[in-house]
Design a protein around this ligand. Sequence first.
Ligand SMILES: Nc1ncnc2c1ncn2[C@@H]1O[C@H](COP(=O)(O)OP(=O)(O)OP(=O)(O)O)[C@@H](O)[C@H]1O
Ligand SMILES: [Mg+2]
Length: 225
Amino acid sequence: MEDISKELLAKFCPPAYPGSFFLSFEGIEGAGKSTQILKLKSFLEEQHFRVLILREPGGTPFGEKLRSAILNTQTPIHPLAEVYLFTASRVQLLDEVTLKELKVPNTVIIYDRYIDSTMAYQGMGRNIGVKTILEIHQNAPLNLIPHLTFYLKISLDTSILRQEKRNQDKDYFESQGRDFYQKLIDGYDMAAELFPHRIVVLEGEKDEAQVSDDIIGHVKQLLLK
Ligand SMILES: Nc1ncnc2c1ncn2[C@@H]1O[C@H](COP(=O)(O)OP(=O)(O)OP(=O)(O)O)[C@@H](O)[C@H]1O
Ligand SMILES: [Mg+2]
C-alpha cells in the first residue's frame, strides 16, 4: 500500500453544522447504492429530515456539461485530466449546493459516490495513485468529507450478474475488463483502511432488507450524537 501520512489524512474534516448530516454511498457497479439510498431517504423523511441526493459529476449547470464530456467521450482522456474534470465538477457542487444546503438545519445530504470513488476509479483504476488524489483534495472545499460513508462491498461476479440482469448499455467505465474492476475493489478497500472511522464496510451480497437494516442502524447512532 502507498505510504500516506497522518498529516495528509488530518486535512480532511466532516462539516460542523448542528443538526445536518453529510453521507455518501460507495461501491462498484451494481453494489446497491441507488437502491439503498432510496430506502434511507424514506427512513430519514419519516424522521422529518430534508433529504437531498446528489450525484457526480454534475448537479450544477457547469458540472452537467463536464458530466456529459466525461461520460460520452469518444476519444481517450488522460487519467490526470479525468481527475481534474471530476474535481472541477466536485468543487462547483460543494460550493453551489452542498455547503449552502448543509447550513439549513435538519438537512441530510447523500452523495451517490464521492471521494472514495475517485480514490478507487482514478487513484487505483487509472493508476494515478491514491496519495495524489488525496493531495488534490487537501484544500477547502474539497477536503470536506462525509460524517459517514457506506461502502457496499460485493464481488466482481455479483457485479457482473447484477449488471447483466439490469441489461443496460455499457457506459465508459462499465466497458472495462476484469482487471480494472479488481483494482476498483482494491481501491475501495484501501480507502476503508485509511478512513476507518468514516467508512462502514457492509456486506452488499446480503439481501436488500438486511443491508438496509444495517445502514439504518448506523444512521440512528449518528443521529443520536
Ligand atoms: N442486496 C441486493 N441483492 C440482490 N440484488 C440487489 C441488491 N441490491 C440491489 N440489487 C439489484 O442490483 C441491481 C443494481 O442495484 P443498484 O442500481 O442499486 O446498484 P448501484 O450500486 O446503484 O449501481 P451503479 O453503480 O451501476 O449505479 C438492481 O437491479 C437492484 O435491484
Ligand atoms: Mg446507481
